[in-house]
Structures are given as C-alpha cells and as structure tokens.
Design a protein around this ligand. Sequence first.
Ligand code: IPM
Ligand code: MG
Length: 368
Amino acid sequence: MVANKSVLLMPGDGIGPEVMAQAKRVLGWLQESKRASFAITEELVGGASIDAHGVPLTDAALAAAKGVDAVLFGSVGGPKWDKVPFDIRPEAGLLKLRAELQVFANLRPAKVFDALVEASSLKPDLVRGLDIMIVREATGGVYFGEPRGIETLPDGTQRGINTEVYTTGEIQRVGRVAFELARKRQNRVCSVEKANVMESGLLWRQVMTKLQQDEFPDVALSHMYADNCAMQLAKNPKQFDVIVTGNLFGDLLSDLAAMLTGSLGLLPSATLGAKDATGRLPGFYEPIHGSAPDIAGQAKANPLAQVLSLAMMLRYSFDMDEDAAAIEAAVERVLAKAGRTPDIAAPGRAVLSTTEMGDALLAELQAI
Ligand code: IPM
Ligand code: MG
C-alpha cells in the first residue's frame, strides 16, 4: 500500500513518550492489518526540544508539523524547565503549534465508559451514559491577546498584564464547529462566557445568538456564565450536549468535565482548523492530560487517552470512521475485562503498567 497519509509524532515530555509508545503500536497494527499506510515522522517538542536545541519548538519541527496531514502530540512541561524564561517554556511550544497551524477548534469529548462509572468521583447515576463535547477556542482569547507582559511601575512594583480579546470572526468560526457537531449529536449547544462582567463575553453571546438565528435555527442554543457552568457540570453534567467556550474557560471546564469520567488518562482531544482551498484540514491530536511529571518514568501512565486521540485523528483527518470505532470499541473491552493502570484501578483488578495496558489493547485489536 502506498503511504498516502502523513503523520508527525511529537511525544514531548514526562509521560508523553511513554503513552506515545503505545499509540505507535496501534499505528503498527493499522499498517500490519492493511487498514492504512502512514508515512510517520517524529520531532522533539517542549522540554525535550529545549534540552536538545534551546527552544521548545524549532523552525524545522514547526515546518514538519505544517507539512503533514495530522500531528499526534503527547504532552509537554515539567519541573525540570520551571526556571527557563517564560517565552521559551515547554508550553510555549504547544501554544505556538496551535497558533501556527491555525487549529482554532479544540474538541474535548468527555464520555463515561460503562465499565468506569464507579471510577468517577460523582455518584454513578449522575455520570452513567455521560457524553459531553466541549468545543474550546484554541488560538485566541487571553492566551494570545495583546498587550501582555510584566511591566515595572514608577514606584518599582510590577504589573502583570494579559488581555482577553475575541473578534466576530473568531467567535463565528468556532461557533460553526460547535453547531455542526451538535447536529450529529443531540442538537443542543450551550455557549459559555462571562457576559455579566466582560465585554468580550458580551460580544461572544451576541455573535453566537446571531449565528444560531442566521445559520443554525434547527439547533437549540442556550447561554451560561462560566462559573455557573462549572457548578452545573459538577451538579448535573448530563444536561449538556455541546459546550462552546473561549480558550481559558475551556481549559478549566474541560479538566472538570474530564474528571467526571473518572480519569484524565482517558480523554483525547482533536484541534481542528478550517479546510483550505484544496480541502485539506489541519488536525492536531493530543490527550488532555499533561506530562504528569509525578508519575513519569514509572510505567504508571494510562496510554488510552493517547490511543483515543489517535482514533480521533483517524476520524477527523482521514475519514477512517470504521477504524476509529474499532479502536474505541477495543478500549471499551479492555476497560471491561482486563486489569487497569493505577489511575483507574479498582478493587479486585490487577494493576497494569503502561505497556501491559498496551498489550491488552493490542490483544483486543488483533482479535478483530
Ligand atoms: C491543555 C493544557 C495546555 C493549555 C497547557 C499545557 C499550555 O493545559 O491543553 O489544556 O493550557 O492549553
Ligand atoms: Mg488544560
């Protein structure tokens, strides 16, 4: 088979390389079973790139990311790089990738697997069957707004500045992604901001309202303040279908939603851009969990979020819905019967290492 799909792997730091190793085995299975043929390359990012090249993302690595169909990313950061200058922190590499690839819509599903209902910190009834999609704006807002910085005041004290800023166009394009996703789900979008205190939030609400009226009258739109949304996610998460929100609120709310599912180690994400003239869609795929330095190097990390990110890549970048579904189903079967990594350990079940979890998954895939 001709390798017609190019994928760049960026394992990064901490548990990133450990979980990416298991995703590579799944890529291997896809190739061996002749489901697809990938041209796979790999680049350093984050702290690993700082150590090797002095910057968290080299021009060559960025060019490589721009040149492929999809990027599968691990995680960046760790205490080792806490003292590097702010603008070249490991996280800056990730933010630069999102900005340069112009992947503005970060899809963060929070789905509860039946086998894991007990792993949630909420009561089983509140989370059984939970299936939320958070669409987080990823290339704007306070993460990128200008002015920003730390300045020194005349009296010698300092002032730290960041700017929350959204334009009509930025709100519309992420809104369209949310409405279109809702049409394939329960047809409901909840738009989240702080329109009661922030002008950028007020504009967000106005633009979403008009967008729904003009282009998506068939989709139900509600609005919620971000603080209330956090409360509602903990109180009655099943009320939500698609949540669309800005970069910072999306960062917070997606961690909260992820934890409802029992473990951050299970949640993938896809960050998508707009199709270009040739129909090419930039796609960036990463687990929601970070580099987890506290467990890095101990073979404890759960590789399933990375593997599920790979499944999202198949679905959104390569239209390989069937193969994505096969991997997701294999993950469900692994969760139902085999042992588990420590993050989702349960009484009476064996505790598995990262690689053993990968073994269990590969066994399920090979049985297909
Ligand atoms: C995330 C992470 C990143 C973010 C960090 C690592 C820069 O928390 O993807 O949610 O804040 O976007
Ligand atoms: Mg985060």
